[in-house]
Design a protein around this ligand. Sequence first.
Ligand code: C5P
Length: 305
Amino acid sequence: MRTTTVRVPAKINLCLGVGPRRDDGYHPLATVYQAVDLCDEVRATEVKDGAVTVSVQFAGDERREQAPVPTGPDNLAVKAACALRDAFGIEAGAGLAIRKAIPVMGGMAGGSADAAAALVACDALWGTKATRGELEEIAATLGSDVPFLLHGGTALGAGRGEEVSPVLARGRFHWVFAIADRGLSTAEVYARYDEMHAESPPPAPHVPQALLTALAAGDAAALGNALSNDLQKASLDLRPELSRVLEVAGEADALGALVSGSGPTVMVLAEDPSHSEELAGLLLRSGACADAVQASGPEPGAHLI
Ligand code: C5P
């Protein structure tokens, strides 16, 4: 049986500016994404019938309980494979096997990553030869973050997050991810954000110049000071215990700490790999999070291995 395997990174938002809710329910974003080497793998195997199926296995230790991942047609990787198939009139099926290291419902786009990986894996398995533009177009229909997970690296995100363009970034950044014992719904966090702005709608979002300058210079300390997330207040409101993680990171001289995307994962910026190891140990011993995982970025987007 022929198989193809794709590795795909998690994403973080170095800044996440969120504007007023649009008529379609989405919010205009001005964000800078970074892909980090906390990676899922998706293997696609040829099947005899035309079915697209999925199985999910969790990588790493089981210190944290994982939210269930759908294993039927609701799985975003299955939706991705079916969307590619429909777009190219393919009749073949595929057996998808996902090995998950990205936290489920953690604000790191794990489901979107698997969708991006499934597109690349099935394109190779079926010989679709889709162009990058065609894959990105399908990706945008699957979720706001999926185009970035194809792109990888460090990039600007506009629209509802699906309009991705490159940004100048030098150097490598070392992160610790403080992972919570249970996930948070992105839709719920955006809904709380709307409630918090019911009286005065937020202004149009923008990317802070200080962040772009820090990235262009590869200056980790300046990046730490420039991190921002408009959703953080809403995430903290839904999960007040996350403040403790931010406190521990501050006391431990992290360069910066911020809720990742809609949360509940908190991303903590270290000076270098040894500082990152030290921070991970401190975070774990503090008991403020269920797990602390080291990773660095930028990483390439979904790619065949
Ligand atoms: O695009 P995606 O399916 O990943 O979005 C999940 C949910 O997050 C949406 O249903 C919506 O509630 C919220 N969202 C939003 N504005 C965005 C992106 C996501 O309101 N720009």
